[in-house]
Unconditional design. Structure first.
Length: 410
């Protein structure tokens, strides 16, 4: 049990990267074969066709976190990040959330099955409601999930016919691999030419594992040509982060968002010229919605973002603001060294959640000398997380003996 998994299973706030990932319930009965959450024994039982969803929050608690927690600032919200907005349990909470949600929060409602007219009517009049879906071409045919892409497209057409502008329809195509590449291009072209979307995000293959359940899932997908074995072996553990002292492989991801370069180039060449294609989500959130984003990832400057947007050295006042914010988030007084490539923060313990929160404050990469990509259970004692746990009512388990808290909440 790490701190991120603890948050996933017990609070509506899961993690913060370029968006804020939240859930009302954890679990999904669609049970895609390639779902991240089927790659760990801690979560796999919640992602089966007959699963009982695990409630982790409600609209009122989430609203308090969004408006009261120092770790949160206006950013896109990925809702049902570990579930699906089509589940009736989730839909009821959305209906309570949107009337009270501050307008600066855009909510991407992740929804795999076709959007129904009832769902569309419930949310179409809220400008901050983004109708989102992931289309995995040929997934039904390949038995990777139980959703037909043609029915998903019909649901997207219903959204447009109901008067929702294409700016509020977000489609992710993927995971794209060699098996479904041509179908991906065909769907992207159709969605644009029919006026359903102005932009799409494309996603590559991601495989991960904490344990033997994940290892078996990965092996099954390799055998089904979800990813070729030589590509899997070549990409294995290339996704790394810097902890302030050395590079380390990610604890969970084995392959992260992988599309072969030749397929990626061909995709850009073949889709309509006017369609905006986002290879990674930060460009989607910044270019289409105007949100500030961190220029760092995995405690390193993210090269493609720095090249795309440039960087501006922060002023002494901006650096002071970052340090003051970090003191509130961590309880630690740090110092800063401004280099040509990044702002180095010393003497502060940072998680990826904290790094992305402060990264939105300046247009310059921020790097820490003490960093972890996943918070440990001990990191949940940092003020940034304690605030959230206090709102949820779980802070006593972290303040007391951590092992006892783990046992109580299993």
């Amino acid at each position: 049990m790490n701190g991120e998994t603890f948050l996933l299973l017990h609070t509506p706030f899961f993690k913060q990267r370029y968006s804020i990932s939240v859930n009302f319930y954890v679990g999904c009965r669609i049970a895609c074969e390639f779902c991240y959450y089927k790659m760990s024994k801690l979560t796999e039982p919640l992602f089966r066709p007959n699963s009982r969803l695990r409630k982790v929050g409600d609209a009122e608690t989430l609203l308090r976190i969004l408006t009261e927690a120092t770790l949160i600032s206006p950013a896109p919200i990925t809702a049902c990040a570990s579930s699906d907005a089509s589940m009736p349990e989730n839909r009821k909470e959305f209906e309570k959330l949107f009337p009270k949600l501050p307008p600066e929060f855009k909510v991407f409602m992740l929804h795999r099955p076709p959007w129904t007219q009832k769902e569309i009517d419930a949310f179409k009049d809220y400008p901050n409601a983004i109708f989102s879906t992931t289309i995995t071409p040929l997934a039904y045919e390949k038995e990777w999930n139980r959703i037909k892409e043609n029915s998903q497209i019909q649901g997207l057409k219903r959204i447009r016919e109901s008067g929702v502008p294409p700016e509020r329809i977000s489609v992710e195509l993927g995971p794209i691999n060699r098996e479904n590449f041509e179908a991906s291009i065909e769907i992207a072209r159709y969605l644009y030419e029919e006026g359903i979307v102005k932009y799409v995000t494309i996603r590559g293959v991601s495989l991960g594992s904490y344990d033997e359940v994940g290892d078996l899932t990965n092996e099954k997908l390799i055998k089904e040509n979800f990813i070729e074995r030589d590509e899997y072996e070549k990409q294995k553990k290339t996704y790394r982060y810097y902890d302030g002292k050395e590079e380390k492989p990610h604890e969970f991801y084995i392959v992260k968002n992988y599309i072969p370069k030749e397929l990626l180039n061909e995709f850009y060449e073949k889709v309509p010229e006017g369609l905006s294609v986002h290879r990674i989500t930060p460009t989607l959130y910044r270019d289409e919605f105007g949100y500030p984003i961190s220029l760092s990832r995995n405690n390193k400057p993210r090269k493609e973002l720095v090249e795309r947007y440039g960087k501006v050295k922060p002023s002494p006042e901006e650096i002071k603001r970052v340090l003051n914010l970090l003191e509130k988030l961590t309880g630690m007084k740090g110092s800063a060294v401004l280099t040509e490539d990044y702002l180095l923060i010393k003497g502060v313990r940072a998680t990826e959640d904290i790094a992305h929160r402060v990264g939105r404050e300046i247009l310059y990469p921020i790097v820490f000398d003490d960093y972890t990509n996943l918070p440990t259970m001990e990191d949940l004692n940092l003020p940034a997380y304690r605030e959230i746990l206090e709102i949820v009512g779980l802070d006593r388990y972290v303040q007391e003996d951590l092992e006892e808290g783990r046992q109580l909440l299993r």
